[in-house]
Ligand binder design. Structure first.
Ligand SMILES: *Cc1c(COP(=O)(O)O)cnc(C)c1O
Length: 371
């Protein structure tokens, strides 16, 4: 099998999705499966749907288009505010988009009219993380404008926390979201279909036994793929944390000093930390690098430590002093940051382990779109 590769276990992904879907159903909350970390992999999208997620969400229209081309059957939401320059593609391929700017919703309306379609809009509200969102005080004005636009359906509101600043979802901010939804319903005499409380960082709040109010949707990516909540990255009970792992190949293994020699200046990636002298150690290099992974997001096998990384080389050492045979395969666990880079690297093969044992190379986006 080609190397390096991501080994993706679809049954584990389905199981993770199913477990979260079932647990949240007890709180009246449905799950939108977020595929953006997978470059819109149709196989992973289908595994999430198999696990019972009701919709799919992705931050990139290219990924939604790829899933459409692959005939993934689901309602799909663009969960990042559309670029004006992509408004037409958004109306063409996404059923729903998440919005924070009236100018964009107006353009979506124009494109939807031109195509004779309706497009559903979720309005995102800023509740403290200072990424995307309409300020709560401005929400009703934006709702009023949105309701007036032809071929646009207002589906609901949402918020996103713990992504830029680490502001955690809690009873206070979630109550504000429910109150905003209630005030929209009362002011405009409408019923709000979806109140989307957030992402994988909302799970601790949702499972805390608290009153989840009007929140009836969470958008989950990382927790389904990696089996962890994202505030403290603790494993979630009953979920697989190894549904996706990375395998790389050893291309050099030699006894070398720990201390570099010569006058030390910057390395390929800027300033280096000066190593501590441990004398000679066995240094083992794998054929993978910063182009393909975030080295800080890799967990090596027990007894192995990551010493450094450049564009194309990952340098490790192992507590076993023996030289590692060239060609040895080494398996790493990944965090979100390493995962998204590996998934989008054309140098990393995506190997899907399921009944059908399918092995595919990441298709180039341009090719997919012209397909
Ligand atoms: C990425 C993203 C999500 C999913 O986040 P996870 O931490 O992967 O669950 C949800 N909503 C929005 C708006 C996002 O950008």
């Amino acid at each position: 099998m080609s190397l390096p590769r991501l080994e993706i276990d679809l049954e584990k992904i389905s199981h993770n999705a199913r477990t979260l879907v079932d647990r949240l159903a007890g709180h009246g909350i449905a799950v939108t499966g977020v595929t953006k970390a997978t470059l819109g992999s149709p196989e992973i999208a289908r595994a999430m749907l198999e696990g019972g997620v009701c919709d799919l969400g992705d931050a990139r229209i290219e990924n939604i288009e790829a899933m459409r081309l692959a005939h993934v059957q689901a309602r799909m939401s663009l969960i990042r505010s559309p670029m004006l320059s992509q408004a037409k593609r958004v109306v063409m391929s996404a059923d729903v988009s998440f919005n924070t700017e009236v100018d964009v919703v107006r353009r979506l309306s124009r494109e939807a009219c031109a195509m004779g379609r309706t497009h559903a809009v979720m309005l995102m509200v800023e509740l403290g993380d200072l990424r995307e969102g309409i300020m709560p005080a401005d929400l009703l004005a934006v709702v009023s404008e949105t309701l007036s636009l032809p071929n646009i359906v207002l589906k609901g509101i949402g918020t996103n926390l713990a992504c830029r600043s680490g502001a955690s979802p809690d009873d206070a901010n979630m109550r504000i979201l429910s109150e905003l939804a209630a005030s929209m319903e009362a002011t405009f005499d409408i019923s709000i279909e979806t109140v989307s409380g957030g992402n994988s960082a909302n799970l601790n709040w949702a499972f805390s036994g608290t009153d989840t109010g009007l929140v009836n949707d969470l958008r989950l990516g990382e927790s389904i793929l990696l089996g962890r909540e994202t505030l403290y990255r603790n494993p979630i009970d009953g979920l697989h944390t190894d549904a996706i792992s990375l395998v790389a190949e050893v291309i050099e293994s030699k006894l070398k000093p720990t201390m570099p020699t010569g006058n030390l200046a910057q390395s390929a990636f800027g300033q280096c930390s000066v190593p501590i002298n441990h004398g000679d150690i066995v240094q083992t290099i794998l054929a993978i690098g910063i182009q393909d992974i975030d080295p800080h997001g890799l967990r090596p096998p027990d007894g192995t430590e990551i010493l450094g990384c450049s564009s194309d080389h990952l340098i490790t050492t192992s507590s076993a002093v023996d030289i590692v045979p060239i060609g040895t395969e080494m398996t790493f666990q990944l965090d979100y940051s390493a995962l998204i880079r590996a998934m989008t690297s054309p140098f990393v093969t995506k190997s899907i382990n399921s009944a059908s044992q399918l092995d595919y190379q990441t298709p180039k986006i341009v090719e997919r779109l012209s397909a």
